[in-house]
Design a protein. Structure first.
Length: 171
């Protein structure tokens, strides 16, 4: 039986990253606040055209339940809820919260709280191999702002500007 090649796609508020089984170097494409589900599919097809793959795992920065996106992602454009990714890609697709996907990738057992600092604040809790995706970044913190407003890229940019520094992507 042939081993399936999996395309893993991490959709973020600043960029989309993709890597396929057997490759070592991910490919990237810019995203942003107006980046729709349709644009993401087109971008992924473009940057992965040189790869062959059988199935896709999409890490989306939103709450996912039973393979469905519950809310439009905060840091992206619209059209994500009820979008038919399988039809758009023409391949089987599994959806997962992006932070949960990243947490699973580094989990080694026991208890782990994963915090992903990027455009937003992703987080997931894994206890004894049981995943509990969370949306803590959107909880109110102070002055009408959320935790994500303080520690996501927007918050870090405000801090950097006030100190005279600048922010640039690390990867």
């Amino acid at each position: 039986m042939k081993t399936k090649r999996v395309l893993v796609v991490d959709v973020g508020g600043s960029r989309v990253k993709a890597l396929v089984t057997g490759e070592e170097t991910p490919v990237r494409k810019e995203s942003g606040r107006l980046f729709t589900a349709r644009q993401m599919v087109d971008a992924v097809k473009e940057i992965t055209a040189h790869w062959e793959y059988d199935v896709i795992t999409l890490g989306i920065p939103s709450a996912i339940r039973q393979g469905k996106i519950l809310r439009e992602p905060v840091n992206l454009g619209g059209g994500w809820v009820n979008f038919d990714f399988e039809s758009a890609f023409g391949k089987p697709v599994k959806l997962i919260n992006d932070a949960a996907m990243q947490a699973i990738a580094v989990y080694e057992g026991g208890r782990m709280l994963f915090l992903g600092f990027g455009t937003g604040l992703g987080n997931a809790l894994i206890v004894d191999h049981v995943l509990a995706p969370m949306e803590l970044g959107h909880l109110p913190y102070r002055k009408g702002l959320s935790y994500e407003d303080y520690v996501g890229s927007a918050g870090w940019s405000v801090l950097a500007k006030s100190s005279g520094a600048s922010m640039s992507p690390m990867w």
